[in-house]
Design a binder for this molecule. Structure first.
Ligand code: GLV
Length: 314
């Protein structure tokens, strides 16, 4: 019997995902019936798996009584994990395409700040005044969050040559990276973060982890790069730290409200770079393979990959 898979993600993504999912499901040997939520030829109660993203029309999971798993196309699941109607297992997306994109973006923005590129790009004023940056190995970079994305970025930054530390809820062991955990570990990690990269999930525990108190621990004139989630930062505290020069520059890809409202002070602050939540996107072909593998696992009674945990919130 065919497995009914409902694509209930962003409507405009359907045309591209349809072919990629069909290919990946076929390769995984699954006999499937794949439909878009707008034109499904099976009912909610007949849905076996749901491919989902926060911009889905489906926000009430109650009718999906037979659904074995909700498979998120997004890495961050904070917009669904506490949905009281979601009783089905939820899997977050861990996609090598998304991971590679994140590594590219984080490495690029870290190098921008490390090398002081803005001074050259924006300062074409006829004045010949070389300023040699320190070597990467003399620059302390800290990554908060050592999940798949944070650890991939930490590894690449280490490969580039930076002196890299990372902090996570549970202590990790990553070759070449100084790993911290716990409250004391967070303080130690921040004290050495000349460039701080935020890749933590958005949970009750991580909300406002960057606040007046934690910002004060960072070295003077340090940099913040946030491709994680907006609520990790207390925005008022960051704006104050930017005004005093405690933080030299913040490169922010994610915000509490997205799109970032046109009147938000981040847009006009001279020491803030706003990018439109584009640091890393789920890539269609590689994520389709992850979805297909999870459907295969579900059908064969194997444990799902990347199962979200309601207790930790990610
Ligand atoms: C994007 O922000 C994602 O969570 O995948």
């Amino acid at each position: 019997m065919s497995v009914n898979i409902l694509f209930a993600a962003k409507e405009s993504d359907w045309s591209e995902y349809e072919a990629a999912l069909a290919t990946a499901l076929g390769k995984a040997g699954i006999d499937f019936n794949l439909s878009n939520s707008q034109s499904a030829d099976f009912s909610a109660a007949e849905t076996d798996y749901m491919v989902w993203s926060p911009n889905s029309v489906v926000q009430d999971f109650t009718p999906y009584t037979r659904c074995k798993a909700v498979l998120s196309l997004w890495a961050g699941v904070e917009r669904v994990i506490n949905n009281p109607t979601l009783t089905q297992p939820l899997c977050r997306m861990v996609d090598r395409g998304l991971e590679e994109g994140m590594v590219d973006w984080v490495t690029g923005h870290t190098l921008r700040h490390h090398l002081g590129m803005d001074a050259q790009i924006l300062g074409q004023n006829g004045v010949w005044a070389p300023q040699t940056p320190p070597l990467a190995r003399h620059r302390q970079v800290t990554v908060l969050g050592l999940g798949p994305l944070g650890s991939a970025c930490a590894r690449m930054l280490r490969q580039v040559g930076f002196d890299v530390a990372g902090w996570s809820r549970r202590l990790k062991d990553i070759e070449g990276i100084t790993c911290f955990s716990g409250a004391d570990g967070l303080r130690d990690a921040l004290k050495r973060s000349e460039i701080l990269v935020l890749l933590l999930p958005n949970t009750a525990q991580t909300e406002n982890i960057i606040n007046a108190e934690t910002l004060a621990l960072m070295p003077d004139a340090s940099f913040i790069i946030n491709p994680g989630r907006g609520p990790l930062i207390d925005d008022d505290a960051l704006l104050k730290a930017l005004d005093t020069g405690k933080i030299a520059h913040a490169t922010l890809d994610v915000f509490r409200v997205e799109p970032l409202p046109g009147t938000h002070p981040y847009w006009t602050h001279p020491n803030v770079t706003v990018t439109p939540h584009m640091a890393a996107e789920t890539r269609i072909d590689s994520s389709a393979e992850v979805i297909a593998e999870n459907v295969r696992r579900g059908e064969q009674g194997e444990a799902f990959l990347y199962l979200a945990d309601r207790k930790t919130g990610y």
